[in-house]
Ligand binder design. Structure first.
Ligand SMILES: NC(=O)c1ccc[n+]([C@@H]2O[C@H](COP(=O)([O-])OP(=O)(O)OC[C@H]3O[C@@H](n4cnc5c(N)ncnc54)[C@H](OP(=O)(O)O)[C@@H]3O)[C@@H](O)[C@H]2O)c1
Length: 311
């Protein structure tokens, strides 16, 4: 693949990883964000080989940004603290604060960003929109593409559902081939495994706090998230292709604690409250059939990190 790519949310967890990964290849990578945090800075993003653009996607004109062949829209706003329970590979001690707790504002922000980027880059050869499994109702059923979305009342979930609808409408109006990926628990497996192993070695129950982190889930490593997101550019169509993008297996905290304890050679301490935290279950086999199986498995990573810590 050659050409110019615009990644929105270049300072974010997935946008940043995508930018760094793609800049190593033949593509010309541009990234847009407000650069609202100290890191990554404009200079750090430049050092990856990505051309940074400081813009507020809800308020600023995007007219002077370059035309691109491919759009990957990752930027979003949350109305719940993200990463408060060591999910997403972020530290438990440094939870991310939500920018707004007003659901109406968050929904409007996510919708506005979607409309502005889909309009600005309507002539792109393909667009990928990063959505979420949060567009589905909370359920003990395993979600797949045949289940109709029914987002909960959080502004984030409503906004991402609105983003999908805007993507569908813009694709119809402008003819932009589009793919929508509903991510399920994207995270850095190495960091997440290190968190488990550190806690289990101190006999701390996992996670100890927070309903944010589900009891059973199908997490996906950022390596696979990047691969599928780029692969989805080839699947873009009008009307849009919509696929789940979760991990290869459903795992529970109990299993991960047991694996970490076995690897460390210690007795596990469980914090089992399965009724208290909802499961978050996905079946992404349709994506895997088209783009291949995921490379990374969280249980394997936890096992490797635990064994290495024991040595
Ligand atoms: N992480 C998850 O658990 C998860 C799960 C399912 C789906 N997703 C989806 O995956 C995508 C990426 O998630 P992530 O975890 O990488 O998000 P993230 O780390 O919170 O990054 C969000 C990005 O959006 C940018 N942004 C926010 N408001 C903006 C605005 N008004 N103008 C320009 N840029 C703005 C932020 O940069 P500045 O603050 O510097 O502007 C940042 O680069 C999102 O669309 C999310 O909905 C994530």
């Amino acid at each position: 693949m050659t050409g110019r790519v615009m990644i929105t949310g270049i300072t974010g967890m997935i946008g940043g990883r995508l930018g760094r990964t793609l800049a190593e290849g033949d593509l010309e990578i541009h990234g847009v964000a407000r650069f609202s945090k100290a890191h990554p800075s404009v200079d750090e993003v430049k050092s990856w080989g990505v051309t940074p653009w400081r813009r507020d996607l809800t308020a600023d004109s995007l007219d002077d940004l370059p035309d691109v062949d491919y759009l990957i829209h990752q930027a979003c706003q949350w109305d719940a603290p993200k990463g408060s329970s060591a999910d997403n590979g972020r530290s438990r001690s440094e939870p991310q604060k939500a920018e707004s707790d007003d659901p109406k504002e968050v929904a409007a922000t996510n919708s506005t960003m979607a409309l502005k980027v889909m309009y600005r880059w309507r002539d792109a050869r393909a667009a990928v929109l990063a959505s979420t499994g949060g567009v589905y109702p909370e359920s003990t059923e395993v979600a797949n593409e045949d289940i109709p979305p029914a987002p909960g009342p959080e502004g984030y979930h409503l906004g991402k559902y609105a983003m999908e609808q805007i993507g569908i409408a813009c694709s119809a109006e402008f003819g932009t081939p589009t793919a929508i990926l509903r991510y399920y628990w994207p995270m850095d497996f190495e960091e997440h495994a290190a968190f488990y192993v550190a806690a289990v070695s101190k006999s701390e129950p996992i996670p100890g706090t927070g309903a944010e982190y589900p009891y059973r889930f199908a997490p996906i490593d950022l390596v696979d998230v990047c691969r599928y997101t780029v692969g989805a550019l080839d699947l873009a169509d009008s009307p849009p292709t919509i696929l789940l993008c979760g991990g290869p297996e459903i795992v529970s905290r109990r299993e991960l604690v047991q694996i970490a304890a076995d690897g460390l050679g210690v007795d596990p301490v469980f914090d089992d409250r399965p009724g208290e935290w909802p499961p978050f279950l996905s079946d992404s086999s349709r994506l895997f059939e088209i783009l291949g199986e995921p490379e990374r498995h969280l249980p394997e990573t936890v096992r490797e990190v635990a064994r290495a810590a024991r040595r």
